[in-house]
Structure formats: structure tokens, C-alpha cells
Design a protein around this ligand. Structure first.
Ligand code: SF4
Length: 303
């Protein structure tokens, strides 16, 4: 941005989102539509993959300076990154997440008394799971609303409380119940294990995890800070081994095809040319991570 120009460029695969809005006589560029709502701007359109816009007092000038590439929007934006009050392709992120819960309930049914989200990102998927399965939805875990809103520096002892400081079990509700917990992903598995322990301490009879994304077995090199492969639980273990390692009654993930259906691809994932980037689940990177390969990263062997 200069005094007279606002410029925006979206990467040729459109991995990350970018939208254009209008506020009075001015223009706005933002990753998500929810930011436009907050400042009272009108959503005009998404910037296309590979598009560059130069905005001056004459208006918006659009060009496509890069060689065209197949679109590979990050599928994990739908699951976790974006806010549920944003829209992509005219579709609400909230509705997509609810639909992920519906698919998850169809693919991984289990008998239980309650469906509870891990707040906040698990909420819409847990609602979808509950609606599809007919198992009541309830807030079995409560997020501490006051975290991060204090000017008092937490002591070492408080920091060590970790998950317990952020999330607490609604004991009166959980006692004696078979509980399905819906979460967005399992990365290292440490939070999953702690939450399970908290539920068992509160007297839950059974704890079943249902995950709104496929197993995260590969790191992201496109702007997301994920750990190395050796720290990713799903890179080290099968689904059954993870279930045993976390000592939960069951652990199931949505399939890649199920996730694609939930984001609006009725036929599922096109194997030869996937409609999204899903590298952290499939190990198929749409842009070769050349710098990482140089540092010793090994790509998935061809099947
Ligand atoms: S690797 Fe995963 S998180 Fe990264 S851009 Fe692709 S889908 Fe998104």
C-alpha cells in the first residue's frame, strides 16, 4: 500500500484466500469476509487464484501476471483456519463445518449419550454430528472466556496448567455418560490425551473421539506452522495404534472423500487432480517443497 495505491496478489494456486470489499469510496482487501462485516464494508468478490489487483482513485485494475495453475485452495481453511462467519464461494464456513459433522456421523457411528464439541472450532461439526446421529448435543467442555484478557502476567505455575486453564469439564453433565467428543484435528495428540483424562476424572463412562479432518500425517509448507513429521502422531501410527496410545474407547477420523463431499464436491476427491490442497493429509504437495527437500525432507513414495 502507498498513499495512492493499494495492491493485492493471490498465489497462482489460490492456496490462501483473498477477498475484495468496498467501504464508502474506499476499497478493502482481506483474507476473510468476516473482516469486512466487522468494519461495515460490502463484500464485492473473491480475488481469483493468480490475480493481481491494483487499486487507485480510478478504481480496480485486474491482471493475471502468472502462468495459470490448477486451483488448490487449502481444504483445512474449511476445517479450522477460517472463522465460521466467513464465506468462500458463496458458502458459509459454518455450514461446511456442520456438513463435515454430518459426514462424520454417517462414516463413524457409535452408540453414546452425548455429542460434545472441543470448543471452539469443533462446535459446528459437533452440531452436525448430533443432528445426523440423533444423539443430543451438549456443552460437556467449557472454554475459559477470560484467557488472554488479563494484564497480569501468568506465573510459571499457572502456565503449566496448560489445557486445564483453557478448557474445563462440565462435571454435572458428564458423570456416568458415554461421550462423543468432536475435535477439528489431532496433531501431536497431547491435548487429546489431556482432555480424555479430564473427562474420565469427571466420571465419564466412555470417551469416543471423532475428528473433523483426516489424520494429519504430513507437515504444511504453505504458511502454516506445523511440526516436523516425527512429531505428528498420524505419521508414526495407524488409526488403531493412535486409539490405543491415547487410551480412548474409540478414535475415528473423517475420510478424505468424506471431507471433499462436505465441502461441496459431491463425487469426492478426484484422485488424478485433487480439487484442493490436502497435502497435510495425503502427502501430495501441489507445489514441490524444494527448499525442504534440500534440508532432507522426503516426499511420499509414488504408489
Ligand atoms: S498442507 Fe494442509 S494446511 Fe497446508 S495448505 Fe495444504 S491443506 Fe492447507
Amino acid at each position: 500500500m502507498t498513499r495512492t495505491k493499494l495492491m493485492g496478489v493471490r498465489d497462482p494456486h489460490g492456496v490462501r484466500p483473498l477477498v475484495l470489499g468496498k467501504l464508502g469510496e474506499g476499497w478493502v482487501l482481506s483474507s476473510e469476509t468476516c473482516a469486512l462485516d466487522i468494519i461495515g464494508a460490502e463484500f464485492i468478490r473473491e480475488i481469483a487464484p493468480g490475480e493481481m489487483v491494483v487499486i487507485t482513485d480510478k478504481g480496480v485494475e485486474s491482471s493475471f501476471p502468472f502462468r495459470p495453475q490448477p486451483s488448490k485452495f487449502c481444504i483445512f481453511e474449511h476445517v479450522y483456519f477460517s472463522r465460521p462467519d466467513s464465506l468462500y464461494g458463496g458458502r458459509s464456513v459454518y455450514e461446511t463445518r456442520r456438513q463435515i459433522g454430518v459426514e462424520l456421523a454417517r462414516e463413524t457411528p457409535v452408540e453414546a449419550d452425548l455429542v460434545c464439541p472441543i470448543p471452539d472450532s469443533g462446535v459446528p461439526s459437533a452440531i452436525g454430528y448430533s443432528q445426523e446421529s440423533g444423539i443430543p448435543y451438549a456443552l460437556g467442555i467449557i472454554r475459559n472466556q477470560y484467557m488472554g484478557r488479563t494484564f497480569i502476567e501468568p506465573t510459571e505455575q499457572i502456565r503449566n496448567m496448560g489445557v486445564r486453564l483453557k478448557l474445563n469439564v462440565n462435571r454435572a453433565l458428564i458423570r456416568g455418560k458415554r461421550v462423543i467428543l468432536v475435535d477439528d484435528s489431532v496433531v501431536r495428540g497431547t491435548t487429546t490425551r489431556k482432555i480424555k483424562e479430564m473427562l474420565l476424572d469427571a466420571g465419564a463412562k466412555e470417551v469416543h473421539f471423532r475428528i473433523a479432518s483426516p489424520p494429519t500425517a504430513w507437515p504444511c509448507f504453505y504458511g502454516v506452522d506445523t511440526p516436523n513429521r516425527d512429531k505428528l502422531l498420524a505419521a508414526q501410527m495407524t488409526e488403531d495404534e493412535m486409539c490405543e496410545h491415547l487410551a480412548v474407547d474409540s478414535l475415528k477420523f473423517i475420510s478424505l472423500d468424506g471431507l471433499y463431499r462436505a465441502v461441496g464436491e459431491a463425487e469426492g476427491r478426484k484422485k488424478d487432480c485433487p480439487q484442493y490442497c490436502d497435502a497435510c493429509f495425503s502427502g501430495e504437495y501441489p507445489v514441490r517443497p524444494a527448499d525442504q527437500i534440500e534440508k532432507g525432507f522426503e516426499l511420499k513414495a509414488a504408489e
